[in-house]
Design a protein around this ligand. Structure first.
Ligand code: FCB
Length: 464
């Protein structure tokens, strides 16, 4: 690879023992959608819904990682990272979401884990990165309590096969996206728009996390690190008005506290339970659920992209929407934006990490995703001089160091993503990779940011 030519400094202020990684997820990179017994997930179905995904793109081929895995592991090794975070495709391992394991599907992850270990890379498993088997959605999906039990069964199948070689098992990636975007807003699979369904989905996702963690722990023949990954932003009031502060309370409650309070303290936040009751909704809690959900875990995965302000009035000044619900309006901070139109807010990353340390102490944190999409312009050789992405990564890694200096126990950082891939509703149009993918030829070319990341890791490791 070329040497780093960027002017962005390599010093991070992070310890030599800090854990560095890159992340991907199954549906976004694997392809081979109908091979070796894999059945459709809700994303295969959603991609076929007219207008659901940009350009009607889908994950049938994606980065063809299923067939190119050894070369991709070599690519990961060339970056000098400690760890690789990937997810396991439920419908590949257990087609239809129930019943026996599909040996051919599980064998792929077996080979991946062996390949990683042979290259000195620590495998970090995510059990669920949004690809619910379609049959389970047909049976009610996450709003149906039974899905939580199906998830625990699936987790046990994977765990039994990989636990001898994999140290870290995280259950869910970003349950907020599954519940809110999938069942209320409808912009992610399965595309439902039903508020009560999304509230039920929250509870059953958390229950599934707790049940799966208990099952894995009961099966373990050596100690493992268990965890869950949440996407979290920051919520600040746009002004000091009562309405804006109230909107911020609601946004923070629905975005962060309804996940972390039950996970850490075994209770849903009382103010949000009251808000839900006021609109005739409730978490479908049964006796004993909260004890299961608050099963201890060893690491919280933090996915951070940007922070937001909140207003309690719409643009016309109304405090309630047409349905009579209080307005909670997200306002993007006035900063430069990425290609997703997401604001670039590194100081709010520090703010989030310090807040987690203060409100939920004693919980080791690892940044399991952080990164940015920009419009990349490859030169004739395919190389992308993505200075904007390098600057994004650099400023956010510095934000992690700042948070650590303020006491936050952040132990690692995974860049999202190893390579350009299927960006959900945005299809292939948005590129988050530090490695460029030419989808015509499947050629991978490390971008400037990948070289900078590699050199930063090496520099941090060798710092005194
Ligand atoms: C996160 C997802 C990940 C990727 C990034 C950009 O919400 O976990 O799969 O799409 O956003």
């Amino acid at each position: 690879m070329n040497p780093t030519t960027t002017a962005v400094p390599l010093a991070t202020g992070l310890p030599t023992t800090f854990q560095w990684g890159v992340a991907t997820s199954a549906y976004q990179i694997e392809g081979a959608a109908a091979e070796d017994g894999r059945t459709p997930s809700i994303w295969d179905t959603f991609c076929r819904k007219p207008g659901a995904v940009h350009n009607a793109d889908n994950g049938d081929v994606a980065c063809d990682h299923y067939h190119r895995m050894p070369a991709d592991v070599a690519l990961i090794k060339s970056l000098g990272v400690d760890s690789y975070r990937f997810s396991i495709s439920w419908p590949r391992v257990q087609p239809g979401g129930r019943g026996p394991v599909n040996p051919a599907g599980l064998a792929f992850y077996d080979r991946l884990v062996d390949e990683l270990l042979a290259n000195g890379i620590d495998p970090w498993v995510t059990l669920y990165h949004w690809d619910l088997p379609q049959e389970l959605e047909d049976a009610g999906g996450w709003p149906n309590r039974d899905t939580a039990y199906r998830f625990a069964d699936y987790a046990a199948l994977v765990f039994e096969r990989l636990q001898d070689r994999v140290a870290t098992f995280t259950t869910l990636n970003e349950p907020w996206c599954s519940a809110w975007l999938g069942y209320n807003v409808g912009v992610h699979a399965p595309g439902r728009q039903n508020f009560d369904d999304s509230i039920s989905a929250v509870h059953h996702l958390l229950l599934g996390h707790g049940l799966a963690t208990q099952r894995m722990r009961a099966l373990e023949t050596r100690p493992h690190t268990y965890g869950i990954t949440l996407n979290m932003g920051t919520a600040d009031p746009l002004t000091d008005s009562h309405e804006d502060r109230e909107a911020t309370r609601r946004a923070d409650g629905m975005g962060l506290r309804i996940y972390l309070d039950p996970l850490r303290y075994g209770r849903y936040p009382a103010d949000i339970v009251e808000d839900l009751a006021a609109r005739g909704s409730a978490f479908p809690v049964q006796d004993g659920d909260l004890a299961i959900i608050s099963e201890p875990f060893e690491v919280l995965g933090v996915n951070f992209y940007f922070g937001q302000d909140f207003a309690g009035t719409d643009e016309a000044g109304n405090t309630h929407d047409a349905a009579g619900e209080p307005v909670v309006r997200a306002v993007l901070p006035d900063t430069p934006r990425t290609a997703m139109n997401w604001p670039i807010t590194p100081s709010r990353f520090t703010q989030l990490l310090v807040r987690l340390h203060q409100d939920y102490p004693g919980m080791p944190l690892v940044v399991t995703e952080n990164g940015a999409a920009f419009v990349d312009n490859p030169d004739a050789s395919g190389f992308v001089a993505d200075d904007a992405r390098t600057a994004y990564l650099s400023s956010h890694i510095a934000a992690v160091a700042d948070a650590r200096a303020q006491g936050a126990d952040v132990r690692g950082y995974f860049a999202w993503s190893l390579m350009d891939n299927f960006e959900w509703a945005e299809g292939y149009a948005k590129r988050f990779g530090i490695v460029h993918v030419d989808y015509e030829t499947q050629t991978r070319t490390p971008k400037q940011s990948a070289l900078w990341f590699r050199d930063t890791i090496a520099h941090t490791r060798s710092a005194q």
